[in-house]
Every structure is written in C-alpha cells, then in structure tokens.
Design a protein around this ligand. Structure first.
Ligand SMILES: C[S@@+](CC[C@H](N)C(=O)[O-])C[C@H]1O[C@@H](n2cnc3c(N)ncnc32)[C@H](O)[C@@H]1O
Length: 381
C-alpha cells in the first residue's frame, strides 16, 4: 500500500470509531477485509489511527473537522507536510481537498491542545496542578515499551542478551535494573524466545517501580489479579502469592503464564479466602487515565457516570480486602489513574473509618517514570 492508501484506510476506520465503533473492532474489521495489506501496512494504519486518537481534539481543530479526513489533514498540518501529497485523489488515495476543506482549520484552543475530554479537564487540573499541562502533553505521544526481567528465570544481563538474539535492543532502568526499556525491535517481542521462555514479561515501568516499593511480605494476596501481571512480579520477589479476582475468568491465562515464568501462584475463589495475609494488594479497576497513551480510544469513551461507578467499586474493594489483612500486615492500593478522586481521595475516605495507617504514597507519571500510576501502602494498626 502507498502512504496515501494507508491514510485513506485510516480515514475510513477513524470515521467508524467517531461514530461509536471501538478502535480495536474497527481495525480488525478493516484488517479482515484487506487481505492485500501486509504486516507493515497493518502496523502503519494502526499507528495512524492511534496517533490520531491521542491528538483527536487538537488535530480536528487544525484539520477543520471532527472526521477521519479532518484528523488526517490535521496531522499533516501539525507536521507541516504538504496535504496534497496524500490527498491526491489518485489510485486508492483520499479524494482531493475541497475548497472548503482548504479554508477550514485553525490553531487549537488551550483546552483543545491538551487532547482530553472537556468534562474531565477540571478533574485533571485539580489532580495534577502545575503538572497538568506537561503530563497531558506527554500523553499525546506513544508510550515506550518496558519489560520486566524475570529473576526466577534470568538476570537482567542474561535477559538483555537473549533479547538481542532476536534483534531486540533493551536497556536497564537507571535505578531498577530488572526494568528494561525496549529501544529497538518491539514488534518482534511476542515471537522472541526470551519472551516465550519467560525470561521477560511485558510490564510498564511505573507498575514495576510500584511493586518494587512494596514491603517484602511472606503470604501475599493479589485480590484483583486479572491477568496476573502484579502477582507474577510479587512471586518473582519470593512471596507466596494467592491470586483472586471477582471474575475468575480474568485469571484463566495465569496458570500458563506462571508456568512459563517459573512461578508458583495459587488461584482462589472468593468463598475460599480466609484472611491472615501479610500483604493484600488491591490493583483496582480504574479509569485507566494514566495509560491513555496506549488506549487513546478509552480516553474519549469514558463518561462521568462510568467514573462514578468505578469510584464505588474501588471503595467497596478496599473495604472487602481490608478484612483479609493480618494484624500488623499491609493493605496496598494501586491504580493506573492520575485522577485524585481514584487515588488519594479513595485512600483519605478509607482511612477516615478503618484501623489502618498510611505508610507510603507515590504517584508515577510520564514525567518521572512511564504510565500514570498510583500506589498507597497502609498498615493495619
Ligand atoms: C486493573 S485490573 C487488574 C490487573 C492485574 N492486577 C494485572 O496486573 O494484570 C482490575 C481487576 O479487578 C477485578 N475486579 C473488579 N471488581 C472486583 C471486586 N469487587 N473484587 C475483586 N476483583 C475485582 C477485575 O475483574 C479486574 O480483573
């Protein structure tokens, strides 16, 4: 496919997304209908779609319309490229720009330049104060790929060497040597033997830093285990980990992942939980506002009512999980959100009535780590 044909494919997919289709479904539909597209084309179209969603409001302003054509035109104007090169009307290229399209478009307002939903702006600013602008700006770019070297299988140096065999270049983080940033070859990762043999796990830097900051504990319960990313990280630190999730289906891949990683993780149903854990981790469902670089579609889908529901679930989880902590043990709370209502706000509410004391609280952002992430560590009094 030519660059212009890729742009036309992105325009059509974006129009469907703007009409309400989830981004992944839109990309899959196009992929299935486009047998002629090679893997390079698919990756390029995906990048165009996701880049456009990350910068949706600012590019729509520049391009003069909240449409697929407007977003791609906005991209070209932002990058100071000649729109006529892609909007040529030749072959599978987008149709030539009309007179009105050529005249439309303006500099984004200060709010549009943040590329966040309007209703969320007060919450974002209230949560991040003078960092609100710089963090929003960082969220308009693609996220880096981070790996966790699995110490049950390999040292960081061994993991880096194994990745290099498959042409993947990774470098350790300055203070957390097991966190490896992928510099080259990220698209080859899932086929690489270092990944398939469990030497590395895909995990962003921020949750890795958060897990490394947890107190060392013997009996650990991962109360919201999901796919098990945190459970595996804690097992690699030598803890005896039990994984639980309100939706046990979410843990269905965990036994295979644990086997690959050389970790022993027990799965438990809610009715089997007895309490007495040294550390209970609640990696709660959240808005995901800290990970919107990776899931820009979710940024525009989130509605105030969704956030309200999420806040209620988070508060309930804290209450339910807290009774499972042994006397003197730790209750820990994590989100991949940057909103104070989901972070410090929840913890302040919880601490107002229960027998726990806050011993550590950290926020990670793209300015100092990678994804937006929050950690609170509380101790049972
Ligand atoms: C952020 S995800 C967990 C991600 C996971 N810890 C990881 O590192 O891959 C949140 C999980 O909480 C689970 N969950 C939702 N409500 C819950 C509840 N009331 N009790 C326990 N788990 C719940 C969801 O099913 C989901 O798997």
């Amino acid at each position: 496919m030519t660059p212009a044909a890729r742009a036309q494919a992105a325009i059509q997919i974006l129009d469907r997304i703007l009409a309400g289709e989830p981004a992944e479904a839109g990309l899959l539909r196009w992929s299935r209908a486009s047998r002629y597209a090679g893997s390079g084309d698919r990756a390029a179209v995906r990048d165009l779609v996701f880049d456009s969603l990350r910068r949706r409001n600012s590019r729509a302003a520049l391009g003069g319309a909240m449409t697929g054509r407007g977003l791609i035109l906005g991209m070209l104007r932002e990058e100071r490229r000649d729109p006529g090169l892609l909007f040529s009307g030749e072959g599978h290229a987008p149709a030539r720009l009309s007179e009105s399209e050529l005249l439309a478009g303006r500099t984004p307002s200060a709010d549009e330049a943040l590329d966040l939903p309007d209703w969320l702006l007060p919450l974002w600013r209230g949560s991040l104060s003078d960092q609100a602008g710089p963090i929003a700006a960082a969220m308009r770019d693609r996220a880096p790929v981070w790996l966790r070297a699995n110490s049950l299988r390999a040292s960081p140096a061994q993991a880096i060497a194994a990745l290099a065999v498959d042409g993947i270049v990774a470098r350790p983080h300055a203070t957390l040597a097991t966190a490896l940033r992928v510099e080259e070859g990220a698209r080859r990762l899932v086929a690489a033997s270092a990944y398939r043999d469990g030497l590395v796990e895909l995990q962003d830097l921020s949750p890795q830093l958060a897990c490394a900051a947890l107190p060392q504990a013997g009996r650990v319960l991962d109360y919201c285990a999901g796919g098990g990313g945190k459970a595996l990280a804690l097992a690699a630190r030598g803890s005896d980990v039990t994984a639980h999730d309100a939706d046990p289906q979410r843990m269905s891949d965990l036994p295979a992942r644990a086997a690959r990683a050389g970790a022993r993780i027990r799965l438990a149903q809610t009715r089997e939980l007895r309490g007495g854990f040294d550390l209970v981790l609640t990696d709660v469902p959240c808005s995901g506002s800290g990970t919107w670089r990776r899931t820009p579609d979710a940024k525009w889908r989130l509605q105030p009512a969704d956030l309200q529901r999420i806040l209620e679930v988070q508060a309930q989880i804290l209450q339910h999980a807290s009774v499972l902590v042994a006397p003197g043990g730790w209750l820990t709370y994590m989100t991949c959100s940057l909103l104070d209502a989901e972070n410090g706000g929840q913890i302040r509410g919880f601490l107002a009535s229960d027998g726990f004391a806050l011993v550590d609280e950290r926020r990670f952002t793209p300015l100092d780590a990678s994804d937006g992430f929050y950690l609170a560590v509380m101790r049972r009094c």
